[in-house]
Design a protein around this ligand. Structure first.
Ligand SMILES: Cc1cc2nc3c(=O)[nH]c(=O)nc-3n(C[C@H](O)[C@H](O)[C@H](O)COP(=O)(O)OP(=O)(O)OC[C@H]3O[C@@H](n4cnc5c(N)ncnc54)[C@H](O)[C@@H]3O)c2cc1C
Length: 462
């Protein structure tokens, strides 16, 4: 079983999703694993160390021609590599940590004409097929196929007896990609600017622990005060825009003379419709359907796709799309130089009147479950809590988890890292509980309780 694992190192490390994909490949009985990475030569040493884990080959695809490639160009360059190889399966992580788009694996499959399964939690191979469990279903894919993995496993450590192997560096004399489809030239999406973001900051009013439960009950029905953040509205509009789903339609209608709501057509039907009607832009929700369909269309139409857009504006006839970037630390303003512009628009995924979310500071996560039950809410978690095994990944709120949409969001034992707070901006009221009064979460909360989770525990038993 020959398995290739595509990885994109970030800050000298594999992302948790890529690490899971690699571990899953190494766990397949009798597998021969090749790591493939399109990245600068400076990543060579880090990738080389993976040979100590049992990886047979490490292929580093690197050429100055490839610098500045967006996901369309990257998927194209990777597919030129795979056209010359013979793998039974290609494993990818769900998304990278810098781009966070989740488009490359899907685009790669579209270019190669392979089946693609996303959201993979586990796989077994039998009779030329991959039998896959995803977050939502059991499914089967004919081999060769591309599978994109969720966070399922921790990557093993090297054994002390392991030997360091070599990396192969492949430049464009080997890959033979068309130069006009590589790098900036071949990338229809352009980052116009990135800027620090202050969105989601709130003025925190501190209360005593005993007021917490009555406050949650009161806020459930308190008058709504937040309006969703929007990009500056120039009043200009595009001609024809298509939007899949109500929430996406509501986010897109202000930038189009004619905004039409679409149902979830299959890729080939949509491709035909787009070629016939030539809309300015097509927007999808950032759910599985939206991600897979838009990434496949991007490759088939060779047009630009911007992922996880939070707001849209039009100026001088050009569409500008705004999204969190670099791990949520900044906002990027992106335009697309081809038509139609494609985008997935971030829609709320964890929706509830009340979300009680626990972080690494909560020692006994049972408290979060019980509090949620008491106030009729649902449970959320920070990545700190998920990493520690206190809550399943499905509960994770944040940049690499779900976006929260609640009337009341209660964060207990969560420090308020930017990757967490960027996903709670749409919540009506945020309440934070933390013993450290200087914790960043209080800058993003309407109400604060300076207390340990044990103090909340006492309230519940009263
Ligand atoms: C690319 C990338 C993506 C990421 N994606 C996400 C994401 O989707 N979601 C996410 O949440 N994070 C994400 N992170 C991680 C993020 O940067 C933080 O590391 C994470 O949010 C920290 O989780 P935490 O607040 O639970 O833990 P910590 O930062 O360890 O904070 C724990 C808090 O608990 C408090 N505390 C201590 N004792 C107690 C007590 N007894 N009772 C109550 N509180 C106590 C402490 O004061 C502290 O503020 C991502 C990071 C990267 C680089």
């Amino acid at each position: 079983m020959k398995i290739a694992v595509c990885v994109k190192p970030f800050e000298g490390e594999l992302t948790p999703f890529d690490a899971s994909a690699l571990e899953e490949a190494l766990c397949v009985t009798g597998s021969e694993v090749t790591v493939v990475s399109m990245c600068p030569p400076s990543c060579s040493d880090m990738l080389r160390r993976l040979t100590r884990l049992g990886v047979k080959r490490v292929c580093l695809i690197s050429d100055p021609l490839y610098a500045g490639s967006d996901t369309l160009a990257t998927a194209y360059i990777l597919s030129k590599f795979f056209e010359k190889e013979n793998f039974d399966a290609i494993f990818c992580g769900r998304q990278s940590s810098d781009g966070d788009t989740g488009q490359t694996g899907i685009g790669l499959a579209a270019n190669l004409g392979y089946e693609c399964v996303t959201g993979v939690m586990s796989v077994v191979f039998s009779d030329g097929a991959a039998l896959v469990s995803t977050r939502t279903e059991e499914t089967e894919a004919r081999l060769p196929a591309v599978l994109t993995f969720e966070r399922t496993k921790e990557l093993r450590l090297p054994s002390i007896f392991s030997r360091l192997g070599e990396t192969e560096t492949l430049d464009n004399t080997v890959i033979r990609a068309d130069a006009s489809r590589c790098g900036l030239k071949g990338s229809p999406t352009r980052v116009v600017r990135s800027f620090e973001r202050d969105a989601g900051r709130r003025k925190c009013k501190f209360i005593t622990p005993d007021k917490l439960l009555p406050l949650i009950e009161r806020l459930k029905t308190a008058p709504r005060k937040r309006v969703e953040e929007q990009a500056p509205d120039s009043g200009e509009k595009l001609g024809l825009v298509w939007a899949v789903g109500d929430e996406v339609y509501n986010k897109a209608k202000h930038i189009a003379e004619k905004c039409e709501k679409l149902k979830k057509y299959d890729v080939l039907t949509l491709e035909r419709m787009i070629r016939a009607s030539d809309p300015d832009a097509v927007f999808f929700g950032s759910d599985t359907y939206g991600k897979v369909t838009s990434s496949t269309l991007q490759s088939r139409l060779r047009t630009g796709l911007c992922a996880d857009v939070t707001s849209l504006s039009v100026e001088d006839g050009t569409l500008y799309m705004f999204r969190p970037a670099r791990g949520g630390k900044v906002y990027a303003e992106i335009k697309c130089v081809t038509r139609p512009a494609l985008a997935t628009v971030r829609v709320s995924e964890s929706r509830s009147d009340v979300i009680i979310s626990g972080g690494r500071g909560v020692r006994d996560f049972d408290l979060i479950e019980r509090l949620a039950e008491r106030v009729n809410g649902t449970v959320g978690a920070s990545r700190g809590a998920v990493d520690r095994g206190s809550a399943p990944y499905e509960r994770q709120i944040g940049l690499t988890g779900k976006k929260a949409s609640a009337v009341v969001y209660v964060a207990i034992g969560i420090s308020g890292a930017v990757q967490h707070t960027c996903a709670i901006e749409d919540c009506e009221f945020v309440v934070a509980v933390n013993p450290d009064k200087s914790a960043r979460i209080f800058d993003y909360a309407d109400y604060g309780v300076v207390a340990a989770s044990e103090d909340i525990e006492k309230l519940l038993s009263q």
